[in-house]
Design a binder for this molecule. Structure first.
Ligand code: FAD
Ligand code: NAI
Length: 466
């Protein structure tokens, strides 16, 4: 079979690229080794984790917030089995949606493992047979897998990654999480909210390193309130699982004394690595960097100009929407368009409660780049809307250029921060100033007023709301 373009991997990078290629008139095929489409994000990532975050948040609110609102409940119980069943149904509906989109856009789906045999030919090893596909162009969108060092003895039973943590059906008494990154904090929140004792061991001195210091500190305060215990500045040296539990050995940085914790589960959440296993990259001479990521140029082309790579398998943030934008970018580049992608304006969200969201640069990055800036901050507790709903935790921080007033970064912790960040992204795309942001009318009473207030602060003006 011969195609204009063949895409390997059906995650948010691959399936979005396939749709755009087809829309642009290319005869398109997608290869996926699993039976369901959607990749990490839909099957074992974004969607299932958000489904469990929502269920556990409802439970937590019912247990801890409803009474304050005058809602009395007797016999409240978290039914993890039902939460998992609902999550599975959300996942299956979402994956079916991708299959429908492939059909609708006349994209051929080949189920099996794809391996390059030349720069114009792929083999797809299916369950019963192998198919050969010829192509003019190809897009590698093979994603990533969790990092599981040998010393952590990952056994998928007691020593687990996010994939298994999304399928536990009885509430664990205790869970130790290695890594206070996005996965550790999101899944740690799920379990802490339904009553699991959660301890997080993190090598760095703060959670979410790389994000703005103010928001990372603020979020840690909120997470402590739901009972998560943090061991910052500690490194895990070894993990051993048995049939019933896992023992984690760790030590404070620069000391030798080993501490031990035994828990029902140990969740390894120390990052993910690019996945290129058995892809045939060596056969066709496509290079990877020291972290195994496929090397691409500014047009996302590999060393073969007809073979592109996108998403988690290349450099940059491992985010679904980054993979999607790259999918659209390469489809349009192949068709002779001149697409544009500003990596600085790809937002990041952590779906804890309160939510954390960021776009643009942090104070630390601006200092390092020698760019002078000014900052405006507004605490959620000063906002009428936040008090009305008892969601007063968090803050919004707007960073603007000292002389031009252009918005350089916006960092938030608070209710609905995941959605609020889009105001900042949109304004920054149009290179708005903090004054522009402050002068736009924001509906009252809404959480968006905190953005206006923080922007006013950055322009040197005083708060106008209480
Ligand atoms: P993937 O989604 O990993 O898809 C790659 C696909 O390629 C897989 O289906 C794989 O089976 C297939 N494949 C690989 N090799 C081959 C081969 N040789 N032949 C055939 N098929 C192959 N990001 C967000 O933006 N928001 C979130 O809320 C979020 N939550 C997450 C929660 C968790 C628990 C995890 C683990 C990740 C989360 N992410 C989130 C990250 C997000 O899932 C990834 O950034 C995104 O899935 C990357 O998309 P991709 O298309 O590059 O690869
Ligand atoms: P991460 O890179 O976000 O965090 C890993 C953390 O583990 C780091 O803070 C690191 O210092 C720490 N660590 C590493 N080795 C350690 C050790 N030996 N002992 C103690 N701590 C150690 O990685 P994570 O959380 O696994 O997530 C992987 C990717 O998935 C991220 O890049 C993220 O972008 C993506 N993701 C995105 C989500 C979102 O957008 N909401 C949700 C979940 C995942």
């Amino acid at each position: 079979m011969k195609y204009d373009v063949v895409i390997i991997g059906s995650g948010p990078g691959g399936y979005v690229a396939a749709i755009r290629c087809s829309q642009l008139g290319m005869k398109t095929a997608i290869i996926e080794k699993y039976n369901t489409l959607g990749g990490t994000c839909l099957n074992v990532g974004c969607i299932p984790s958000k489904a469990l975050l929502d269920s556990s948040e409802h439970y937590h609110n019912a247990a801890h917030k409803f009474a304050d609102h005058g809602i009395q409940l007797k016999s409240l119980k978290a039914d993890l089995k039902q939460m998992i069943a609902r999550k599975d149904s959300v996942v299956s509906q979402t994956c079916d949606g991708v299959a429908y989109l492939m059909k609708k856009n006349k994209i051929d789906v080949h189920t099996g493992h794809g391996t390059f045999v030349s720069a114009n030919k792929l083999e797809v090893a299916g369950k019963d047979s192998t198919t050969e596909l010829e192509f003019d162009k190809a897009i590698i969108a093979t994603g990533s897998k969790p990092i599981t060092p040998a010393a952590f003895n990952y056994d998928k039973k007691r020593v687990i990654t996010s994939t298994e943590a999304l399928n536990i059906t009885s509430i664990p008494k205790k869970m130790v999480i290695i890594g206070a990154g996005v996965i550790g904090l999101e899944l740690g929140s799920v379990y802490a909210r339904i009553g699991t004792e959660v301890e997080v061991i993190e090598f760095q001195d703060r959670i979410l390193t790389g994000m703005d210091k103010d928001v990372s500190k603020d979020l840690q305060r909120s997470l402590k309130k739901i009972g998560i215990i943090f061991h910052l500045g500690h490194a895990v040296t070894q993990v051993k699982g048995t049939a019933k539990n896992a023992t984690i050995e760790f030590k404070k940085k620069d000391t030798e004394e080993i501490q031990k914790i035994t828990a029902d589960y140990c969740l390894i959440a120390i990052g993910r690595h690019a996945y290129t296993e058995n892809l045939g990259l060596e056969t066709i001479g496509v290079d990877t960097d020291d972290r195994g990521r496929i090397i691409v140029n500014d047009h996302l082309q590999t060393s073969h100009s007809n073979i592109y790579a996108i998403g988690d398998v290349i450099k940059g943030a491992m985010l679904a929407h980054k993979a999607e934008e790259e999918g659209i970018f390469v489809a349009e580049h192949m068709s002779g368009h001149k697409p544009h992608l500003d990596y600085n304006l790809i937002p990041g969200v952590v779906y804890t409660w309160p939510e954390l969201s960021v776009v643009g640069r942090t104070e630390e990055q601006l200092k390092e780049a020698g760019i002078e800036y000014k900052v405006g901050k507004f605490p959620m507790k000063a906002l009428g809307r936040a008090r009305a709903s008892t969601d007063t935790e968090g803050l919004i921080k707007v960073i603007a250029h000292k002389d031009t007033d252009e918005i350089l970064g916006v960092h938030m912790v608070g209710a609905r921060a995941a959605d609020l960040i889009m105001e900042a992204v949109a304004l920054m795309e149009f290179r708005a100033s903090a004054e522009d942001m402050a002068r736009i009318s924001h509906p009252h009473p809404t959480y968006t007023e905190a953005i206006k207030e923080a922007a006013l602060g950055a322009t040197g003006n005083r708060y106008i709301h209480i």
